[in-house]
Design a protein around this ligand. Structure first.
Ligand SMILES: Nc1ncnc2c1ncn2[C@@H]1O[C@H](COP(=O)(O)OP(=O)(O)OP(=O)(O)O)[C@@H](O)[C@H]1O
Ligand SMILES: Nc1nc(=O)c2ncn([C@H]3C[C@H](O)[C@@H](CO)O3)c2[nH]1
Length: 207
């Protein structure tokens, strides 16, 4: 591993990305990049009417993540400092391929590639997989109003899209390390030993 890894935590909605990345940032003394949620003006509208709001939402996420990635590069990667993020920019494509249709999807895909293809990507991905019941329970526990009544078919589709995306990323970028965590059985919140095992593995991967 090069001296300063760029680590991303990924997984479908409610998998525990922010929770795990925050815990690791503290244990491993890493700066953390978190995605913008509360300030997002389109999430609420999107969950009420996906067809009407998906393009605005996807573009908002893309622009925000692009800016955060630019800042991450100048503040950490170019200076040889390790950093952890609670997402991989590739998630823009995972979501947009599902939520957009027709010419909007084609245009969005082009913009995504123009903006991101030449930028550094994470070296290590911690991929938290979890099934529908686990995710629904965690989303309910978190209690964000706009996620109440989350469409189960949408979430199930995203679970499958994430699996496909991680497999294709592994095939396309064999140098990226993908560590898969079974979010159904590994409980890094309630079980300290489970968490410490993950932290130890991540530390080892960073060396
Ligand atoms: N392993 C776990 N065991 C029990 N609860 C968990 C676990 N992981 C996360 N949670 C809880 O589930 C909820 C969702 O976690 P979190 O916000 O970290 O998910 P996320 O993947 O970042 O979500 P999003 O995709 O919406 O950004 C939180 O209330 C968190 O405390
Ligand atoms: N459509 C869509 N595209 C994205 O790139 C994206 N990233 C996150 N989300 C949703 C999941 C959580 O509800 C909430 C917080 O993660 O926002 C997204 N939704």
């Amino acid at each position: 591993m090069r001296q300063a890894p760029f680590i991303a935590v990924e997984g479908p909605i409610g998998a525990g990305k922010t929770t795990l990345s925050s815990m690791l940032a503290e244990t491993l003394h890493l700066p953390i990049i978190k995605e913008i949620v509360e300030e997002n003006p389109f999430l609420d509208k999107f969950y009420q009417n996906m067809d009407d709001w998906s393009f605005q939402l996807e573009m908002f996420f893309l622009c925000n993540r692009y800016k955060q990635l630019e800042d991450t590069i100048t503040q950490y990667i170019e200076k040889g400092k390790p950093v952890i993020s609670d997402y991989h920019i590739y998630k823009n494509l995972i979501f947009s391929e599902r939520t957009l249709k027709g010419t909007k999807r084609d245009k969005y895909r082009q913009i995504y590639h123009v903006l991101t293809d030449d930028l550094p990507k994470p070296d290590i991905i911690l991929y938290i997989r979890a099934d529908l019941d686990t995710l629904l329970a965690r989303i309910a526990k978190r209690g964000r109003s706009f996620e109440e009544g989350m469409d189960k078919a949408y979430l199930q589709q995203l679970i499958e899209d994430y699996d496909d995306a991680m497999s294709s990323l592994a095939a396309r970028e064999p140098s990226t390390i993908i560590m898969t965590i079974d979010g159904n059985t590994v409980d890094f919140v309630e079980n300290r030993m489970h968490y410490e095992e993950i932290a130890a593995k991540v530390k080892e991967l960073m060396e």
